[in-house]
Each structure stands twice: as structure tokens, then as C-alpha cells.
Ligand binder design. Structure first.
Ligand SMILES: Cc1cc2nc3c(=O)[nH]c(=O)nc-3n(C[C@H](O)[C@H](O)[C@H](O)COP(=O)(O)OP(=O)(O)OC[C@H]3O[C@@H](n4cnc5c(N)ncnc54)[C@H](O)[C@@H]3O)c2cc1C
Length: 545
């Protein structure tokens, strides 16, 4: 067995930020005003959901819009589970955070008739045009703008291909005392480096910005990094996680054998695109009075129902009635990508299917982004802040990420006199025990495939009690097998991620089994109605401590 001991390192920093999407980068830039930041990211720094975002970021920026309208749209979408104080705070902070992005150089698209104003897009569920965008490459513009600032900041060190495995927790290291209101203290994380070494990164503040968990499902719009690592690590560490049954399925992912996970933005419907069936009939008015501009859950379920009734493999999104020039100009990336698959969206409807897109639940935080573990923050898609409730409103997630990065920064700034005095206690190094290098990688890939298929078939857009209990039974032996792999084999990124998607799958199923009603994104045919009396509340899970 290779001697791993000599590779073990210990690093200390003020802030350990895990993730290089909009939430991690935004926080790092602000936190660096106070201390040293180490930002680790498990692949290349641009491998993020942020980089793929097309539509843009929602905020009240138009003269005919108001905070109240954005709040009402968010609450309506959230199906009774949004935390109203959080919604109000996020919406009211929105314009300032978008202006900050503009100031650091994010190149949003400006109105043609007034170059001083941002051009604002419209998306499903929004009653006004309020989406700041960079055409259909909005996320890339944001990611680039933030990365450029991070690159020139001497207090931020970015480590690519560094994967956080588990959090370092006080009680497990003999640091028993915690502040009232918290259940434990976070001291940093164990991190797997590209050469296989596992190091101890100790931090005064640890921030989980690890994004979503779309890879738990077979079909997803998410990038490969979206394996729910932050939620899984936080849960194992004793954090409370919430609302994991609310998985948003994007209604319109391109249906093409070569397109792995290409999303057709909500903005295509916002600009007049209509969903039609194989025969060319528009069907959304049958399901909702808002027609094609209904919220994602309604549209995804409508498509699911159309496909199940007709037996067709997909439905179609038709925007051919708009001028070709407009389509090419407004959606250059979608147009080009579809063209590369042989589909000209100016002349023919796009074949589309729903796919897992966004995790509304996550690590439960307060309005400042704090988890119930002292010095552990979470925000962005990893967190459940109370903004989205049972269903996220389109383009509110990039907004949530920048707003909570700012909230967390303010909290750290206010507490800096205390935080800056925290020491770096001696903690145990990662122990590999008798583990050996894995020789048969098929053991890992097979489990990956099994879990993702099970989740797609049993815990998808429409659920039932029977399927939920069956999937739980099927997951138990897989979870046990992965636990055994974890003890037997030296860690690889694939094994760490497998353990995390398995954990997430189990948590999603547990949450879905608890909620005996249908609300927002969670639809169970055995309880088709909303049950406000018993279920107008978050579904909270935590390890018994
Ligand atoms: C195709 C697509 C289009 C979208 N369009 C929009 C849109 O128009 N508007 C909108 O508001 N939202 C949109 N969303 C959602 C939005 O993009 C995401 O919710 C948001 O970008 C999440 O940002 P984040 O910083 O939380 O995570 P991400 O941007 O996903 O970044 C996560 C980071 O964490 C790192 N990481 C994960 N696990 C570990 C680990 N164990 N160790 C180290 N690093 C780790 C990853 O490598 C990555 O750097 C879209 C999502 C997708 C997939």
C-alpha cells in the first residue's frame, strides 16, 4: 500500500470558501477585505452551474416594477413555504447587488434605446420584466467578471482540483464548548488534492458554496460538479438540512442524443415561445391560465402528463413565429448550439423534455447565511435560506447567491473582533486505515448509475407512496455497499461524490416520504391536495446527535 502519511499537510486560513460559483466568488471578494481567503474548487474554477446560467438575475430595476410585485411573485411561486422576512430582504437588496456586479465589470446587456439602462428580460412567474441578462450567456458574464476580480486579489488563493471530503467538527476533535444557539463548531475541512493527498484545512470561518445536486438524477441540466457535496458534508457534520423534496425539474431541456444537458432557457417562452405536441397543438392553456408563462413546476408536470398520455419521447418548443433575426440576436448561444445538433430554431420547433434542474432545499440557514453549526455558513444552491419555499421563481437563485454572500460577509464583519481571535486547535489528521487503491472502478460507476436511474424513475416529477417506499428499500443495500467501499478503498473524487449523491438521494426520499401532501414542486398522487393544516412548514432533517 502506498504510504500516504508523508503527503498529509495542514493549512490555516481566516476563511475557507468551498466552491467557485457566484456564491463562493462573491463572498471571497468581500471577505478578503478582512482576512486571508483560501477558495477550493473541485474541478476547473469555471466548472460551475453559474457558468451555465442563461436567463439572468432577477431584481427590481424597471420604473414600472416594485418590490411588492417581486415579493408577491416569489411568494406565489413558493407555494406558502417562503419565509416572508427573507423574501423581503432579498428582493429589497437585489438592485444594489446587481449594481455591484455591474461595477466590478459584469457585462450585462443594455437597452438599445437607452444605453444607461439594463435591458430586462421576462421569465415564467414574473409579472414584470426584471431579469438583468447578458443575452443567453448571463452566467458566463457573471462568472468571468467575478473571476477577474478574484485573480487580482492578493488575499485570495484559489486551489483548483481540490475536493472537500468532510467538515472538521469541534466535538469530534475534543473542542466541546460551543456558543449558545449552535450545536457544534466548524474548524475547517479535510480536502483531497489532485495527487491523492488528504490535507487538513483549518479555518476561522468555513463557507459551503458547493452548488446543487442535479447529478442525483439521470437527466439533469446541471454540470458534473452538482453532486450535493455541501449538503451531504453538512448533514454528516450534524447540520440541519431542509426541504430536500423540492427538486425543480426544468421543463425544457433539449431532447437530442448528443446533447448531454443543454437547457433551453425559460426566456424563450418569455419571448413568446409556445409548447406544442407532436401534432403542433399548443397545450399549456389546458393546464394553467398563464399558459406558457406558468411557473416551472406546472409546466414540467404538464409536459410529463402530455408525454405519458401520448407516449411520445418529447414535446416541442416553437418560437418560429418570431423574426429569425430577433431569435438569433436574443438567443445566440441557444441558436448556435441547436444548430450544431442540426436543428434550426428559427425554422423548426425544438424537441424538449424536463430534467432535474435546481435543488430548493439544502443546508438550513438563518437570514445571515449561518447554519446551526458555529462558524459554518452556507449559501447559493447548497442552502435552504427560506427564499424559494416549495418552488423557486426563475432567476431568483443567482440573486439569492449574491444577496446571501453579502449577508454572510456583513455577519463576519460584525463579528470580526471575535472571529479574528479564534485559534487553530490541534485536530486529528485524516486516517486512511487499511484502505487500498481501488482496482475495479466498475464498483463505483455501477452504483452511480443505479442511484441516478432509481431517482429518475421513482422520485421524479410525480411521486407515489409505493414508489417512495420501494426506492428506500432499494437504496439501503446500495448505501451499505458504498459505506464498505469507503472503508476498503483509498478515496478518489468519484468515490467521494458517489457517497454524496447516495446520501442526497436518501435525504430526498426521506423528505418526500415525510410530506404527506402535494405542494409546489412535490407532487404525490396519494396526497394530491395541499394540506396547510399539517404541512405549511419546512421538512427538516438532522442526524440524531
Ligand atoms: C443550465 C442552468 C441554467 C441556469 N440558469 C439560471 C438563470 O438564468 N438564473 C438563475 O438565477 N439561476 C439559474 N440557474 C441556477 C443557478 O445557475 C445556480 O443555482 C447558481 O449558479 C448556483 O451557484 P452556486 O455558487 O451556489 O454554485 P455553482 O455555481 O454550481 O458552484 C459550485 C462550486 O462548488 C464546487 N464544489 C462542489 N462540491 C465541492 C467539493 N466537495 N469540494 C470543492 N469544491 C466543490 C464546484 O466545483 C463549483 O465550483 C441555472 C442553472 C443551470 C444548471
Amino acid at each position: 500500500m502506498r504510504s500516504w502519511k508523508k503527503y498529509i499537510m495542514r493549512k490555516e486560513t481566516d476563511f475557507l470558501v468551498i466552491g467557485s460559483g457566484i456564491s463562493g466568488l462573491s463572498f471571497a471578494l468581500k471577505a478578503a477585505r478582512y482576512g486571508e481567503v483560501i477558495l477550493i474548487t473541485k474541478k476547473n474554477k469555471v466548472d460551475t452551474a453559474t457558468n451555465l446560467a442563461q436567463g439572468g438575475i432577477a431584481a427590481v430595476l424597471a420604473d414600472d416594477d416594485s418590490f411588492d410585485l417581486h415579493i408577491q411573485d416569489t411568494l406565489r411561486s413558493g407555494a406558502g413555504l417562503c419565509h416572508e422576512d427573507v423574501v423581503q430582504m432579498v428582493v429589497e437588496s437585489g438592485p444594489a447587488r446587481v449594481r455591484e456586479l455591474v461595477e466590478i465589470g459584469v457585462e450585462f446587456f443594455h437597452a438599445e434605446n437607452d444605453p444607461d439602462k439594463l435591458d430586462l428580460g421576462r421569465e415564467g412567474g414574473h409579472s414584470k420584466r426584471r431579469i438583468a441578462h447578458a443575452l443567453d450567456l448571463s452566467g458566463r458574464a457573471i462568472e468571468n467578471g467575478l473571476l477577474q476580480q478574484v485573480a487580482i486579489n492578493p488575499r485570495i488563493k484559489v486551489l483548483e482540483n481540490h475536493l472537500a471530503i468532510d467538515l472538521l467538527i469541534g466535538s469530534k476533535t475534543g473542542i466541546g464548548q460551543v456558543t449558545a444557539g449552535f450545536s457544534d463548531r466548524c474548524l475547517g475541512a479535510y480536502v483531497l488534492a489532485p495527487d491523492g493527498a488528504i490535507s487538513t484545512y483549518q479555518a476561522r470561518v468555513t463557507v459551503l458554496c458547493t452548488g446543487g445536486a442535479g447529478k442525483v438524477y439521470l437527466y439533469t441540466t446541471n454540470p458534473d460538479i452538482a453532486t450535493g457535496d455541501g449538503v451531504a458534508m453538512a448533514y454528516r457534520a450534524g447540520a440541519r438540512v431542509a426541504n430536500l423534496e423540492f427538486v425543480q425539474f426544468h421543463p425544457t431541456c433539449l431532447f437530442h442524443p448528443q446533447a448531454k444537458n443543454f437547457l433551453i432557457s425559460e426566456a424563450v417562452r418569455g419571448e413568446g415561445g409556445r409548447l406544442i405536441d407532436e401534432q403542433g397543438h399548443a397545450f399549456m392553456n389546458k393546464y394553467d391560465q398563464r399558459g406558457d408563462l406558468a411557473t416551472r413546476d406546472t409546466v414540467a408536470r404538464a409536459i410529463d402528463s402530455e408525454m405519458k398520455t401520448s407516449g411520445d419521447d418529447c414535446v416541442y418548443l416553437d418560437i418560429t413565429h418570431k423574426p429569425a433575426d430577433f431569435i438569433k440576436k436574443r438567443f445566440p448561444n441557444i441558436y448556435q448550439t441547436c444548430k450544431s445538433y442540426g436543428i434550426d430554431m428559427t425554422k423548426e420547433p425544438l424537441p424538449v423534455v424536463p430534467a432535474a434542474h435546481y435543488m430548493c432545499g439544502g443546508v438550513l440557514t438563518d437570514i445571515m447565511g449561518r447554519s446551526n453549526i458555529e462558524n459554518l455558513y452556507a449559501f447559493g444552491e447548497t442552502a435552504c435560506t427560506g427564499l424559494h419555499g416549495g418552488n423557486r421563481l426563475a432567476s431568483n437563485s443567482l440573486l439569492e447567491a449574491v444577496v446571501f454572500a453579502d449577508q454572510a460577509f456583513r455577519q463576519c464583519a460584525a463579528e470580526w473582533p471575535r472571529i479574528s481571535k479564534l485559534g487553530f486547535p490541534v485536530v486529528p489528521e485524516w486516517s486512511v486505515g487499511p484502505a487500498e487503491r481501488i482496482e475495479e472502478c466498475v464498483l463505483i460507476t455501477h452504483n452511480w448509475d443505479q442511484i441516478r436511474r432509481l431517482m429518475w424513475n421513482y422520485v421524479g416529477i410525480v411521486r407515489s407512496d409505493r414508489r417512495l417506499s420501494l426506492v428506500r428499500e432499494k437504496l439501503v443495500p446500495i448505501l451499505n455497499e458504498i459505506d464498505q467501499h469507503y472503508r476498503d478503498f483509498l478515496l478518489t473524487p468519484d468515490l467521494v461524490e458517489l457517497r454524496n449523491i447516495a446520501q442526497l438521494a436518501d435525504l430526498i426520499v426521506q423528505s418526500a416520504m415525510l410530506r404527506k401532501e402535494s405542494r409546489g414542486l412535490h407532487f404525490n398522487i396519494d396526497y394530491p391536495a395541499v394540506n396547510d393544516l399539517e404541512w405549511k412548514k419546512d421538512t427538516i432533517l438532522s442526524l440524531a446527535r
